[in-house]
Design a protein. Structure first.
Length: 162
């Protein structure tokens, strides 16, 4: 069994506010053995409706950014923290410290995830680019950096490289 198999959450009531307003649990999507894991903060209204992470406007930004970086969404794992951290909350959770996302975006940090040392790439959240267009360049540059970490021998596809 792979590390990610069996990790889908089927019942959780730890966050009262989330339980009160959600219609379903939103689990991660993408291959369990993906070279890149994108971790966002929490599912929004569109994610709740469809049962998938990053399918609203932020998802459109993420999809566009992945394409521009030469990555295919189907080849990366995307989830919420309810490894590329999309925003301050997941970065702080994984790194166990305060994170200045704007100034640390694109930097690789070490973290222990599931008892294993992992590289964590800090990234602004896609929604930040919707509210502050000056973040678009930082977001795009960080996704380009993420693309550098893919292992071509593992089957991770880069658009244009078949």
């Amino acid at each position: 069994m792979s590390e990610m198999e069996g990790l889908d959450v089927t019942a959780c009531e730890r966050c009262d506010e989330l339980v009160a307003c959600r219609s379903r649990i939103v689990n991660g999507t993408g291959p369990a053995d993906a070279d890149l894991l994108f971790v966002g903060e929490a599912p929004g209204e569109h994610e709740d409706e469809r049962g998938e992470p990053f399918v609203g406007r932020s998802g459109d930004v993420l999809d566009d950014g992945l394409r521009e970086a030469g990555l295919d969404r189907g080849d990366v794992r995307i989830t919420n923290c309810v490894v590329v951290t999309l925003g301050k909350v997941p970065a702080e959770h994984l790194l166990d410290r305060d994170v200045a996302v704007t100034s640390e975006a694109g930097e690789v940090r070490e973290a222990t995830v599931g008892g294993e040392p992992r590289r964590v790439l800090v990234c602004v959240h896609p929604a930040a680019t919707l509210y502050d267009p000056s973040q678009r360049e930082t977001f795009a540059a960080t996704l380009e950096r993420a693309a550098e970490f893919t292992d071509e021998s593992s089957g991770q596809s880069r658009l244009g490289e078949f």
